[in-house]
Design a protein around this ligand. Structure first.
Ligand code: DKA
Length: 132
């Protein structure tokens, strides 16, 4: 994953995000914002430290982590979870533990990544393309 992850990515397409947000307990008003959002993700890696900045017109969340080391994450909708990120081939896998568990996979190619978010048997798929 490290090979292709660095850069700026923009969301092109999303399936089932509303159902995913419901599964992790996001309320109606925040789901409206989430459904309307076309996020941008900026990913950098320096000396083994990853930074992923996910921004929309109304929100900006910065994740800083090292692989295989648990860290506290505050999600875009405001949940506090304990997260661990690992690389598995072309994939960056994030396991979030909190009131319920969610798994987020980013599967990279040189020009695109597919982000799969799963919680309580609900899966959402989001397609990002590289813009810089
Ligand atoms: C993603 O990175 C998933 C998270 C997007 C958050 C959008 C804003 C939600 C505000 C409640 O594509």
């Amino acid at each position: 994953a490290a090979q292709y992850a660095k850069g700026t990515w923009e969301m092109e397409k999303s399936e089932n995000f509303d159902e995913y947000m419901k599964a992790v307990g996001v309320g109606f008003a925040k789901r409206l914002i989430g459904n309307a959002a076309k996020p941008k993700q900026q990913i950098s890696i320096e000396n083994g430290k990853w930074t992923i900045i996910t921004s929309t017109t109304v929100s900006k969340v910065t994740l800083e982590f090292e692989l295989d080391k648990e860290f506290e994450e505050t999600t875009a909708d405001g949940r506090k979870v304990m997260s661990t990120c690992t690389v598995d081939g072309s994939k960056l896998v994030t396991i979030q533990k909190g009131d319920l568990e969610s798994v987020i996979v980013r599967d990279f190619t040189p020009d695109t990544f597919v982000m799969t978010l799963t919680a309580n048997d609900v899966t959402c798929t989001r397609h990002y393309k590289k813009t810089g």
